[in-house]
Design a protein around this ligand. Structure first.
Ligand code: SF4
Ligand code: SF4
Length: 418
């Protein structure tokens, strides 16, 4: 297994994501423990040693099932990562009780990697609000040895990522003044030691992956990648794109192209794959036996394929259209969301829209056409926004999803012996 130094540990570059585990009868909260155990056995045998779960995965059951599976192995043989759900806890900002519950659910007395989950436009205020003391509490847990490395995951835009990096640096400076010996425990000059982002050859542009990785590189912050296959969508490409790839390298699978592209990124320490079967574990482990980053020519082919997979509008974010808009809609942002959904309408679309102030969302467009008249690209903005609104109307709302997850977690907590 390919491995690299990550904050002082030797960590396999392929990581085991526990958000799409095998389940019984299609019920996401009933994880098939025997199937998971077989997957964990195969992964560990192949050299995977980084396991990533989170409080809300599988209705709260992922932490329990993964903890059970890993408990069959010596604690020092694996690194366990989990996440604090500050992005969805609405009225109970109590990091201490949640953290204790997570340790108990996972059956461990420390997390090797612990992340503030999903820092984005709507959650950054929660994470940076001194009233909740979230960052301070987890700094204390690191000092106590119950967290080895503190970090965060981010689905936000580059400016939100930059703002949170600034927050972490500011907290580090304060800590250095107050308690230099605690500050010395951190890997750099930021209380956030690593960052997890969504990255693959499509999101390099669709979700501003290039800008985010540049920001993290400037901050000397190591990266963990999630969604390397964009929820599996990049594992099964249309025939035309597959033929283009086949012409460049015969016999290479779409999955292999995706992983090889990421292997070329030096700052990427772990590439998480949310695996659902033993076959996927075996296939992925095989692809990480040796380093095989793409050549420049191959990368060009893959970027061509990425462009051809997009089916959106050619917005350059010049913002000529925003001043004339009577609804003050952030049109380039809406069109970026539209382009994203044209490839795959995942939950992030609904999450992004939820973070936009009411009255300025795609649904608030009155169709006046002032934007299109100002647009040098000739984009039919009202049509794209109407299409986006129609898609969103068919999707579960992010706020409802968060509430359902919180209810599932509360139910699970109530059903467990105290
Ligand atoms: S058509 Fe919609 S987005 Fe465009 S200017 Fe009018 S209200 Fe704004
Ligand atoms: S004017 Fe056209 S290209 Fe420029 S931001 Fe607006 S929609 Fe995009």
């Amino acid at each position: 297994m390919l491995e690299n130094a990550f904050l002082g540990d030797q960590v396999g570059r392929l990581g085991f994501g526990a958000m799409r585990l095998p389940v019984v009868d299609g019920d996401a909260s009933r994880i098939d423990q025997a199937a998971l155990d077989a997957m964990v056995d195969a992964a560990l045998n192949a050299g995977v040693n980084y396991f990533d779960t989170a409080y809300p995965y599988h209705g709260g059951m992922s932490e329990i099932a993964l903890g059970r599976s890993l408990a069959r192995y010596p604690r020092e043989s694996f690194f366990l990562a989990s996440k604090y759900p500050g992005h969805q806890v609405a009225d109970a900002y109590d990091p201490a009780s949640l953290f204790e519950e997570q340790l108990q659910k996972c059956g461990v007395d420390r997390f090797d990697f612990y992340l503030l989950h999903n820092v984005y436009e709507a959650s950054i205020d929660v994470y940076t609000d001194e009233r909740w003391g979230i960052a301070d509490y987890f700094v204390e847990q690191k000092k106590a040895g119950r967290i080895r490395h503190l970090g965060f995951s981010c689905h936000g835009r580059p400016e939100t990522l930059a703002a949170f990096l600034d927050f972490g640096a500011r907290k580090y400076t304060e800590l250095e003044e107050r308690s230099p010996e605690t500050a010395a425990l951190f890997a750099g000059s930021n209380i956030m030691e690593f960052c997890q982002i969504q990255l693959n050859y499509l999101d390099q542009t669709l979700q501003d992956g290039a800008a985010k990785t540049a920001l993290l590189e400037d901050a000397s912050m190591p990266v963990v990648v999630m969604e390397p296959l964009r929820g599996g969508k990049l594992a099964n490409l249309p025939d035309a794109q597959m033929q283009q790839l086949e012409a460049a390298a015969a016999g290479r699978s779409a999955v292999e192209w995706s992983f090889r592209w990421l292997q070329g990124a030096e700052n990427v320490k772990v590439i998480l794959s949310g695996m659902s079967s033993l076959e996927q574990v075996e296939e992925n482990c095989q692809l990480f036996q040796a380093s095989a980053p793409l050549t420049e020519a191959e990368e060009e082919v893959l970027m061509d394929v990425a462009e051809s997979l997009k089916d959106g509008v050619p917005c350059t974010a010049c913002r000529y259209c925003t001043d004339p808009c009577p609804q003050q809609i952030d049109i380039p942002l809406m069109l970026a969301t539209y382009n994203d959904k044209q490839f795959d309408a995942s939950f992030t679309i609904s999450m992004q829209m939820d973070a936009v102030p009411e009255g300025q969302r795609a649904e608030d467009c009155i169709g006046c056409g002032a934007c299109s008249r100002a647009c040098p690209q000739g984009i039919d903005v009202p049509a794209a926004l109407a299409d986006l609104t129609a898609t969103l109307a068919k999707m579960p709302k992010w706020a409802d999803l968060c509430r359902q997850r919180a209810e599932a977690a509360a139910k699970l907590q109530a059903s467990r012996p105290s």
